[in-house]
Design a protein around this ligand. Structure first.
Ligand SMILES: [Fe+2]
Ligand SMILES: [Fe+2]
Length: 359
């Protein structure tokens, strides 16, 4: 992202994490950039200033490999600026004031068409739901980190988007988008919520129950917002002291949701109890059997499965089949009936492949 206003652009760079790692370059430093393969170049520069246009032209000449998509953000959409953008070789032009989900969606399309593919209608809808959910989650996580009240309206938007994405059936498509995300907290949240939404759909839940389950998934780890990211995302194993800090997140999340007072009991319980196991070996309370609700049991399954298939620098992700086997191997810790139902959620592709192979 080449910009002549670094401060403002940092916020933009944060939402760009949705499509992978990004970096912000001050227009005045741009000439020092070297040519390297970039997936996409963005500029947020005042094109009404002649010297800025010249500096941008020089910067692009410096860093842009032919064929790299370039989205030019416009401060004003006069014919003159549009012409400037075209002369600069923009492959896309967008008003800088466009809503963030629109911007993210546009970038998603440009990244994809650079690979020579176009989205079909269903994928395009999925991508819009994904962008919308991520932006809303950003509002939620920022509020949680700052100790402010959680924005209920934003949470509703993300829940609705995730459920509508689940209606498109394709969990694989959702996962592909999730893996792009450069922020591990969002990634986990979107992953568990996508799994929960697919699970609720698979079980034929009515809309209200689907909302509840997806919302519980979105909020299950909200307590982690109070834990330093250096500990949370530390590669490799944690010291006992660090582990006990991380293990405080169910209680922290529970207190946060309880104190706000506007969340359904099931949702508050999920934040508190999603690390409990039916055999009493979980934490923080060591609850057992019917002390643990069905909603909690479902999110626990989604959460563990998500952790197994997640991609981290320090561990290889598990394939769906192996991850599911691992859940089965946990025996009495998880609900056997729910786990059986979960199979169709995560292994439907495998089942289809097997069917196709035997045919
Ligand atoms: Fe957790
Ligand atoms: Fe989690």
């Amino acid at each position: 992202l080449i910009t002549d206003r670094v401060e403002e652009s940092m916020a933009l760079a944060r939402v760009l994490a949705l499509w992978g790692a990004s970096s912000v370059v001050d227009l005045s430093d741009a000439p020092t950039m070297s040519k390297r393969p970039l997936r996409l170049i963005l500029s947020d520069v005042d094109l009404s200033k002649r010297e800025s246009v010249e500096a941008l032209r020089a910067a692009l000449a410096e860093c842009r490999v032919p064929g790299t998509p370039y989205l030019c953000l416009m401060r004003e959409t006069s014919p003159r600026s549009t012409m400037q953008a075209n002369v600069l070789g923009a492959t896309g032009i967008l008003d800088v004031g466009a809503p963030v989900p629109v911007l993210l969606d546009r970038i998603g399309q440009m990244l994809l068409s650079a690979t020579g593919r176009e989205l079909d209608e269903r994928e395009a809808r999925m991508q819009q739901h994904f962008a919308q959910a991520s932006v809303a989650l950003g509002d939620m996580l920022a509020a949680a980190a700052e100790g402010k009240a959680l924005p209920v309206a934003a949470i509703d938007v993300s829940v609705a988007s995730i459920n509508r994405a689940a209606d498109e059936v394709d969990l694989g498509g959702w996962l592909d988008m999730v893996w792009n995300h450069d922020d591990l907290t969002y990634q986990h949240c979107l992953l568990v919520a996508g799994l929960a939404a697919a699970f609720a759909r698979q079980l034929g839940f009515p809309e209200e129950a689907r909302k509840l389950l997806t919302c519980a998934a979105v909020l299950h780890d909200i307590g982690k917002a109070k834990i330093p990211t250096a500990i949370l995302h530390k590669p490799g194993s944690l010291t006992p002291a660090e582990l006990s800090i991380v293990r405080a997140h169910p209680r922290l999340g529970y207190e946060m949701l309880r104190d706000q007072g506007s969340f359904a009991r099931d949702i508050v319980e999920v934040a508190h109890r999603h690390h409990e196991y039916l055999d009493g070996t979980g934490y923080p309370q060591g609850l057992k059997g019917n002390e643990i609700s069905d909603v909690v049991r479902m999110i626990t399954i989604c959460d563990i499965y998500a952790a197994l298939i997640e991609r981290r620098s320090y561990k290889a992700p598990m394939a769906p089949q192996a991850a599911y086997q691992t859940l089965l191997g946990m025996g009495g810790k998880l609900d056997a009936d729910l786990l059986r139902a979960f199979r169709a959620v995560v292994l439907s592709d495998c089942a289809e492949e097997a069917r196709a192979a035997s045919a």
